[in-house]
Design a binder for this molecule. Structure first.
Ligand code: HEM
Length: 523
């Protein structure tokens, strides 16, 4: 009796193993059948297993895989069993991001905005819902609006100088990433929500607490991101990417209170919230052709083509994503820039000399125009974003089966396409000696030598970062504020070389960034 039972069990086990083997063998032949170079995937993780077991994130895994396809224009990888196309050639990146955008307009993120209202924002949406919102939100970041918000940036820059003063005086080593996150949180809270949150003065202010909580790099978040990348439908069902209820309630209530207060008291501030209120009340008409990159865009997506109402929840979701996308990206850019300046005192000196000269011309004030006069600063920031792009991989999903221009490959609907920005920015083919921090790579002559799509810190095409100008401006004002008053130096606590935190959403140093500030003598 027992023998028969064991025999049956063994047969079942053998059948299950054979079925799994046959399934993965068939799945892993997908790219080979299409003539796309591939590697040696192993069940069940496909090509991601090695990196995941070595404690890397999915995005870091993609960076490693880029090197494996050296000499190829693209490679076919397996995200578990699911075929994913990894691009290496800037010309093909241009096809996906710009020329055939109508087939690659989605990031492949699944959300249920009815159930999780804060998730229905510009980063996650696709199709005509995304297009509709993007057209409406584009006027938030025009140069006219940027000029209006500039005063807030300068005020926050002054607070930043004051915040560093006692730390410099005591000669303390500072965890600079947190200080800079407080600076950019103050800016975004004021410009997007119209709220003075004073995080620089009070590190435990509400806004900063929530910012820390949402982006806290935990092991659970890392696992959630792996599931989200590999099995988006499962992640959606399990609500893995949904912000916890306390965060959702805080943001939704805050936006509701702000909107109601402004409407009741007739408050006008010419900021993001104002624009959203006008869109909600239909007192602002945004012509369809407002953004030339979007006006004629034909997205084949009838299902979501219904008129898109701007409700209180839609406002809250956009404010939430501006907050999320706005503070961490800019503060890590400033963080990495200060790190490189501490390691390269000659570059720091040259930059400071430029800042001093330009500010003198503007009577010691940081003005909107003065920032554009600082050409070396621009190169330093560009080089920082080359070496440390906060978003290390761009993702698109094919919405309609298409033959990829300039290749023989047909990309099927539903296939994910990855653009490994960090790896591209470190490819010696475009950036010789890529670990060297060299702002001169961004001189006009050097830029002309490279293909345009070999530099993608803000993405490209109609889905390029909507806050690019704003992010660059707050990064530059922060750096000018610091460098005009302080010298930045490494200390014994500074990690050289840096390690990157595999649990973080954007590129971030493990254990924070520890630097020393020395006050400059008054001239
Ligand atoms: C140095 C600062 C920043 C960097 C490096 C950065 C980078 C990026 C990147 C790489 C993307 C994806 C683009 C693509 O898929 O092609 C993106 C999208 C986005 N960013 Fe930024 N960003 C920065 C600052 C900001 C700021 C300040 C805001 C808002 C206030 C913002 C809001 C957004 C939004 C809403 C999207 C989604 C756009 C869409 O899908 O239409 N970002 N950003």
């Amino acid at each position: 009796m027992l023998d028969t039972y064991l025999l049956q069990l063994s047969v079942l086990f053998a059948i299950a193993l054979t079925a799994i083997y046959v399934y993965f063998k068939a799945a892993f032949s997908y790219w080979q059948k299409r003539g796309v170079p591939s590697l040696k995937p192993k069940p069940p993780f496909g090509d991601l297993g090695d990196a995941i077991f070595r404690g890397k994130s999915v995005r870091q895994a993609v960076t490693i895989l880029y090197k494996e396809f050296d000499g190829q224009k693209f490679g076919g990888i397996y995200n578990f069993a699911s075929p994913t196309l990894l691009l290496r050639d800037p010309e093909i990146m241009k096809v996906v991001l710009v020329q055939d955008f109508d087939k690659f307009h989605s990031r492949g993120m699944l959300v249920n905005e009815e159930r999780d209202p804060l998730q229905g924002h510009l980063v996650t949406l696709s199709g005509s819902k995304w297009k509709n919102l993007r057209v409406k939100l584009t006027p938030t970041f025009t140069s006219g609006k940027m000029k209006m918000m500039f005063g807030t940036l300068v005020d926050c820059g002054r607070e930043l100088q004051l915040c560093l003063e006692p730390l410099a005086h005591k000669g303390e080593t500072v965890e600079v990433k947190d200080v800079l996150a407080r600076y950019s949180t103050d800016i975004i809270a004021s410009c997007a929500f119209g709220i003075q949150c004073n995080c620089l003065k009070n590190p435990d202010a509400d806004f900063r607490k929530w910012g820390r909580k949402i982006l806290e790099p935990t092991l659970m978040r890392r696992l959630a991101r792996i599931v989200q990348f590999a099995f988006p439908s499962l992640a959606l069902r399990l609500r893995l990417e949904t912000p916890p209820d306390d965060i959702s309630n805080y943001f939704i209530n805050m936006v509701k209170n702000t909107v109601e207060y402004r409407e009741t008291n007739g408050v006008k501030r010419n900021d993001f919230m104002d624009l959203m209120i006008q869109l909600k009340n239909k007192t602002l008409e945004v012509p369809e052709g407002e953004d030339s990159a979007l006006g004629n865009l034909d997205i084949d997506d009838m299902k979501t083509n219904a008129p898109f109402e701007i409700t209180m929840n839609v406002i809250a979701a956009q404010a939430f994503v501006f907050f999320l996308a706005g503070f961490e990206t800019s503060s890590t850019t400033m963080t990495f820039c200060l790190y490189e300046l501490a390691l390269n005192p000659d570059i720091q000196e040259r930059l400071r000399a430029e800042i001093d000269t330009v500010l003198q011309k503007h009577e010691g004030n940081i003005t909107y125009e003065s920032v554009f006069e600082m050409k070396y600063l621009e190169k330093v920031v560009d080089e920082t974003l080359r070496k440390y792009p906060p978003a290390i991989v761009l993702t698109r999903q094919c919405a309609k089966t298409t033959k990829l221009r300039g290749t023989d490959v047909t990309v099927e609907k539903g296939t994910k396409v990855l653009i490994p920005v960090l790896a591209l920015h470190h490819d010696p083919k475009y950036y010789p000696d890529p670990e060297r921090f060299d702002p001169e790579r961004f001189s006009e002559e050097e830029k002309k030598k490279r293909p345009k799509f070999s530099y993608l810190p803000f993405g490209e095409g109609p889905r390029i970062c909507i806050g690019m100008r704003f992010g660059l401006m707050q990064t530059k004002v922060g750096l000018i504020s610091i460098l005009s008053k302080y010298e930045v130096q490494c200390s014994e606590k500074t990690s050289v070389p840096l390690e990157f935190d595999s649990r973080a959403l954007v590129l971030a140093p493990t254990g924070g960034m520890w630097l020393k500030f020395v006050k400059r003598c008054a001239k």
